[in-house]
Write a protein that binds this ligand. Structure first.
Ligand code: SAH
Length: 225
């Protein structure tokens, strides 16, 4: 079976499991070639629903987690999105496919921050190869500070596990009505995935499900140890 057929099968199974429901997320999952964001030795597993190692001891999330987080954010054409934790660049490209691709007039943009320079460079290469680099800016730095230069954001996606409390700059850089999707909790064990919606100076917090992510490391994250 070729990659495209495997991709279709994975999307079908995520639909059957009730994880994929939004048409725009389904279309993006069908379009973005996950194998192109993976190191060669794991490309064969691109469409197995599992996290995979991408270098620097970091992992790309399982596809069901990418799908779930995109749905929680309710991404729309034209959204300005901040992602913390670029990793392979796959999730940023999925977001770009929904908010920006093929629609220059109302094109949104993704700003994504990665603390490992080598991963950021690889992600840029992956995005260039797949054409998503037009809609994505990769920044090397500490994403727990957000990226005030382009704030405020319609949506913020964090793909590494944060301690509690959630980094205040991320909440501050959210637009009115904006949504922040973030895993938070203990460092070594499981965390919960939260959907945080800004209403004026209030933040409504919904706990979605138990999850397990690599650690968010930085000023408002965990220590580098
Ligand atoms: N979204 C990625 C997977 C990310 S894994 C993908 O689609 O492949 C989590 C990433 O967060 C790792 O690459 C890790 O280096 C990065 N990270 C951890 N703490 C960070 C911080 N404070 N700022 C930016 N990146 C961080």
């Amino acid at each position: 079976m070729n990659y495209e057929e495997k991709r279709k099968q994975l999307v079908e199974s995520l639909k059957e499991r009730g994880i994929l429901t939004q048409e725009k997320v389904i279309n993006a999952m069908l379009k973005v070639p996950r194998e192109q964001f993976l190191p060669e030795n794991v490309q064969d597993s691109a469409y197995v629903d599992t996290p995979l190692l991408i270098g620097s001891e970091q992992t790309i999330s399982a596809p069901h987690m990418n799908a779930m987080m995109c749905e929680i954010l309710n991404l729309k054409k034209g959204d300005k999105v901040l992602e913390v934790g670029t990793g392979s660049g796959y999730h940023a490209s999925l977001c770009a496919e929904i908010v920006a691709a093929n629609n220059s007039k109302t094109s949104g943009h993704i700003y994504t921050i990665e603390r490992h320079e080598d991963l950021a460079e690889k992600a840029r290469e992956n995005m260039r190869r797949t054409g998503y680099d037009k809609y994505i800016t990769v920044i090397v730095g500490d994403g727990t500070l957000g990226y005030p230069q382009e704030a405020p954001y319609d949506k913020i996606l964090v793909t590494a596990a944060s301690p509690m409390p959630i980094p205040p700059p991320l909440k501050q850089q959210l637009k009115e009505g904006g949504i922040l999707c973030i895993p938070a909790g203990s460092r070594r064990y499981t965390q919960n995935l939260y959907k945080i919606t800004r209403k004026g100076d209030q933040f409504k917090k919904d706990k979605i499900t138990g999850v397990r992510f690599v650690s968010l490391i930085g000023k408002y994250g965990f220590d580098d140890s």
